[in-house]
Ligand binder design. Sequence first.
Ligand SMILES: [Zn+2]
Length: 281
Amino acid sequence: MCVMKIRRFVFVACLTSLAVWSCKKEDDSKLLDFNLNLYPVSKDKQLGEQMDSIIRSDPNEYPILDPVRYDSVYAYIQSMFQGILQSDEILRADQFDWELTIIDKDVMNAFACPGGKLYFYTGIMKYLDDAAGFAGVLAHEMAHSDRRHATQQMTKQLGTTIGTSILIGAFGGNNSQMAQVAQQMVVGLTSLKFSRDDEYEADEYSVKYLADMHYYHPKGIARFFEQLAEDGHDAQSFEFLSTHPTDENRLQNIETVWQELGSPDGVYDQTRWQHIMSMLP
Ligand SMILES: [Zn+2]
């Protein structure tokens, strides 16, 4: 097999592993069991922009909620989004082109692309009881993007599968190959899982960002998981849980982070949230 064929094979193998992103991270990543990220920050932005253009070019799969007609809804969540971005804990507030988009579909999911592009389905927005719950999930998604979990996971997957030299050769600077990765990541959004460590970290920063904001209750993300538990949802019935794997220690970890911050208080803003959600189609 010539070098080009080997590279192509490895590249396809990597795309496949991205698409079926497994929970085996704890076993697979022993060799690279730290927050190594071989990709420059510019790759996060490039991937995010490519994924965003793929999403926007497919209105059947991703019908974007009209920002003009539903300006009140966008204004409310944008103000929350901008407020969270002021947190000193956000590392890349200025480096990323942060953008929050609503997809008008009855899907119980939200997702973060690399580079600060975030998407919420109206399904999960309407499901959430209050503004603090939404702020918690929003801050959680922002943490996935800001902490660069996608390219970090790509580094781990690639690093355990192939040598670093091939990684750099295959992904170092070839735009068409990065476009293929973006396409595959969009196609595999529902199966692209973060690791449990990433989930803990995203929860931790969700609490920290909201604590910095001094408005919504910093445990909004816990409120969301409590609501899921009360309603008996699992990964099969609630897409968010299939891409954001959870376990029984999650609420305790959120509680610990919150207490370490001095148990800061905040509002849940249920009445206003439900009024805003009543405007959705
Ligand atoms: Zn997550």
